[in-house]
Design a protein around this ligand. Sequence first.
Ligand code: NAD
Length: 481
Amino acid sequence: MLQGKHYINGQWVESCSGRTREILNPFDASVIASVSEGNREDAKAGIEAARHAFDKGGWPQTPATERARLVFKLADLIERDHEELARLESLDTGKTVQESRWDMDDIAGIFRYFAGLADKDGGEVIASPNPDSTSIVVREPVGVCGQISPWNYPLLQASWKMAPALAAGCTIVMKPSEITPLTTLKVTELAEEAGFPPGVVNTVLGAGPQVGAELAESDKVDLISFTGGIETGKAIMRAAAGNVKKVALELGGKNPNIIFDDADFDLAVDYALNGVFFHAGQICSAGARVMVQEGIHDRFVEALRTRMERIVVGNGFDENTQMGPLISADHLSKVEGYVKIAQEEGARLMLGGTRPNDSALKNGYFYMPTLFTECKNDMRIVQEEVFGPVISIERFATEDEVIERANDTIYGLSAGFWTRDSDRIERVSKALRFGTVWANDFNVYFVQAPWGGYKQSGLGRELGKIGLEEYTEVKHIYRNH
Ligand code: NAD
């Protein structure tokens, strides 16, 4: 039985207030769990435990090979409970169980990658102006880390933070999204089973303005790592200024997918679909902004519409389902609001724009794949993150024009483009101002490659070697004689 409680200092504990929160299944709004609802006092207890484990518990001094052993063990346990975790993630988020299985594959690999890096950095001897001296540069764990994750990829996003922090020798307080805490709770149980010392891994449940805000404000937290929306990210940055804690932010995206006339047409259509309809478009890197060169525009729209009509919307536990529901009633209203705004602003609705006409889905938060054409750069549907199964198509004429328009956004998370021209691949990859650029592909990420945003899409990087370095401080030790 999953513990729906906080995990603090190696103990499962109820909230100070005794309050609980019901967790809903987005498929039919039924209650699937009741978990403790934390407040600032609970967050303080989690921080206290992590502080003690870092300052007095010996975790940063634990040999890196031993830390790696525990992180590897956690990866093995995740692999052991892979199917249970995948089903729990689908229950909590509504995404198809196949997508959740892919997430779990990635997650086990993420823990292994960072476990493997834990004991690889032996520091560096550097040249010093004094020949009698020795100068070395070492990396040390940054300290107590607050880790706040979103609801769209609950465990995947948590693992991007948890794995490098533990490998680096930090202690952590995780706060999953209050609407999707189940897989983070399950992995907390697995961390307990793996044998991490008390206080090294803590999980505190609850709402952002309570538990999350305490983590961001606390003087006892050394780093806050946050994935979520831009406005929350800005609030966290302001809160973190109190003790100048380190801030890592993975925020939203509005990601152009640019199709040049000379693209491999069928592949580009395939990936335009894959780029958006995973998890019903609730992906920070969704390629919801599709820009098509005029020579193939009409044919592309038609092909896309035909393929979108065939997307099977339904229960994520049915293996034939290709797209599940949105996360919540509030989010469904937000997506519906954007569709209305797009029509008011003059975009042309080619498909969708409704909830499904299927009584079996009537209690869930479903929305049909939706396609807009005749979209312009200044429309809100083009500039803002809809986070739903909605594609906006813009037409363009030249390479220069499309680069200028694609870069004309406050976001800078990811972008993709399709062409067979090798020189153009060189030029366009350099000209696009985004943290990740895909040529002839979309939405590819892997643990070896850094992930993060230019502009307002974020601060710092997760994954890759740099993902571990973010959890370290750099120290120069100068020794004279
Ligand atoms: P959100 O900002 O509403 O919430 C994210 C987390 O922050 C939740 O755990 C929430 O409880 C917490 N929170 C809310 N208010 C807070 C506050 N005042 N102080 C501290 N914590 C607070 O975002 P969401 O709706 O859960 O997630 C969707 C967003 O996440 C989208 O914008 C998406 O693009 C972004 N996202 C980005 C990436 C990336 O890699 N860049 C990945 C996934 C999601």
